[in-house]
Design a protein around this ligand. Structure first.
Ligand code: PLP
Length: 498
């Protein structure tokens, strides 16, 4: 492809993307294809001779789009949002046009320098204290691929720091702490690093947030048996219900016991951009006690995947753990300590130029634009939670957390007479009914044995009418499921009695 061809095909590609977005609402939310659909439609090896580009681009429309679930669809309420903005797409295009592996400053100075600047912008946007800014001199931010990578990097740094301070400790005695609600990234890091992961108990009474007393007890127990807890993965906004660990209680304990605290705020962290959500998020205590913090701008934060923002209080903890600089990677700038070499802040050597996406998004939307998006998502989730709360057939399983409502079918007055597994099978049937639809999508969760449905708001194009429509669909499915369930029971339900 030469420059003029690229110009033509580039314009056409942008047109095709615009058409996709213009028609997004009319498309199915969920891909309507069967497993293995694609292999049947494409040759089983690459073509020997190059093909004309228009045929290749046409196949994106014909073969790929049908297999795409539209996470940007206004009726997408599953998992957590995965926003994409036009600013982010254009940034990706520019980044791709100057592709380079970015592992150190010299690779392309702008890649490193923009990342430091934009991560300081983002830290200030979220209210993270100066300790986490590159400008502050000791801490700093780095863009990772995912929250899982961020946690893994934090745990590697924590392990390294702990073993340096306690050289006699055997790595097999090290323990990573999380809770039963911690994202699987905690257990996965343990698996990768050959360490133990202990999931601490949390309780519905405290909205599934980790309490200080539970942590304290676990530390004493483990130390008694010769174990060495060295890091706690605390969560601001769990995947299942948006639970928040009690930072004011656990912060001082973690500090006293010499544990590293990594705060996983993959989804909810961007809500800190709105000052009114900072107290409930315990920002003050995060600033006081967290050693590292992560939030994904690629979820709710209007920035296309991937952009996992991670900050550390002491950046030498990362470089002490991850710097293996062979002679051929040394530069006079980094030897002189004048520049950051981000390869020493992450697992791999090469890295994408991602800061440009966040830079474009933050400049184009402004802080206010991002705040408007966050507030709107939360208001829409509140509308949904109110529908659930007012219904005699449903209940919220936990209080709404930010833009997430967790709920289930729970015919009031009767449900209390049903057993847990009966309620679970009722709700599984409801979920199956909704999952079979193509015009809306949600996901389920198992809340310590209780089957619930999750309604996560946050796609940029979701408006009030989409919430109303979703509630119509869900409540009608609930009525139907309940009627069907009653019909299959040998006992009948009358006047609220079985
Ligand atoms: C989404 C999510 C993750 C996983 O994020 P990745 O970037 O895909 O690794 C981890 N923790 C929480 C709380 C999340 O919501």
């Amino acid at each position: 492809m030469d420059i003029e061809q690229f110009r033509r095909e580039g314009y056409k590609a942008i047109d095709a993307i615009c058409d996709y977005y213009a028609g997004l609402e009319q498309r199915p939310v969920v891909a309507q294809v069967e497993p293995g659909y694609l292999a049947k439609l494409v040759p089983d090896q690459a073509p020997l001779k190059g093909e004309p580009f228009n045929a290749i681009a046409a196949d994106f429309q014909r073969l790929i789009l049908p297999g795409i679930t539209s996470w940007q669809h206004p009726s997408f309420f599953a998992y957590f949002p995965s926003n994409a903005t036009f600013e982010g797409m254009l940034a990706d295009l520019y980044a791709s046009s100057v592709t380079n592996p970015g592992f150190n400053w010299a690779c392309s100075p702008a890649c490193t320098e923009l990342e430091s600047v934009v991560m300081d912008w983002a830290a200030k946007l979220l209210g993270l204290g100066e300790a986490f800014w590159v400008q502050g001199g000791l801490g700093g931010g780095v863009i990772q691929t995912s929250a899982s990578d961020s946690a893994l990097v934090a745990i590697v740094a924590a392990r390294s720091a702990y073993l340096r301070a306690h050289p006699d400790v055997s790595p097999s005695d090290l323990v990573i702490y999380g809770t039963t609600q911690t994202h699987s990234l905690g257990a996965k890091a343990a698996l990768i690093l050959g360490l133990n992961f202990r999931a601490l108990d949390v309780h519905p009474t405290f909205q599934y947030g980790l309490r200080g007393s539970t942590l304290q007890k676990a530390i004493l127990e483990d130390k008694d048996t010769g174990k060495h807890p060295f890091v706690l993965v605390a969560t601001l906004g769990t995947t299942s219900t948006g639970a928040i660990d009690r930072m004011p209680e656990i912060g001082p304990i973690v500090q006293e016991a010499g544990l590293w605290m990594h705060v996983d705020a993959a989804w909810a962290g961007v809500a800190l951009s709105c000052p009114e959500f900072r107290d409930r998020s315990f920002l003050k205590y995060i600033n006081e006690f967290a050693d590292s913090f992560c939030t994904n701008f690629h979820k709710w934060g209007l920035t296309n995947f991937d952009l996992s923002a991670m900050w550390v209080r002491d950046r030498t903890q990362l470089t002490d753990a991850l710097d293996v600089t062979p002679a051929f990677l040394r530069t006079k700038q980094s030897d002189a300590g004048m520049v950051i070499d981000y390869r020493n802040w992450q697992l791999s050597l090469g890295r994408k130029f991602r800061s440009i996406k966040l830079w474009f998004v933050l400049r184009s939307y402004g802080i206010e634009g991002l705040q408007t998006h966050i507030r709107k998502s939360i208001a829409l989730a509140t509308l949904f939670a109110d529908f659930v709360g007012d219904s005699s057939l449903f209940e919220l399983c936990t209080p709404q957390s930010f833009a997430l409502a967790v709920f289930r079918l729970y015919p009031k007055g009767i449900a209390s007479m049903l057993k847990q597994d009966e309620l679970n099978s009722l709700n599984r049937a409801l979920f199956q009914k909704i999952a079979a639809r193509s015009d809306i999508t949600l996901t389920q969760t198992d809340l310590l044995g209780t089957f619930c449905l999750r309604f996560a708001v946050g796609a940029q194009r979701t408006e009030e009418r989409h919430i109303r429509k979703a509630w119509e669909i869900i409540s009608a499915a609930g009525v139907e499921t309940w009627a069907e369930w009653q019909a299959t029971q040998s006992v009948s339900v009358e006047n609220g009695k079985i």
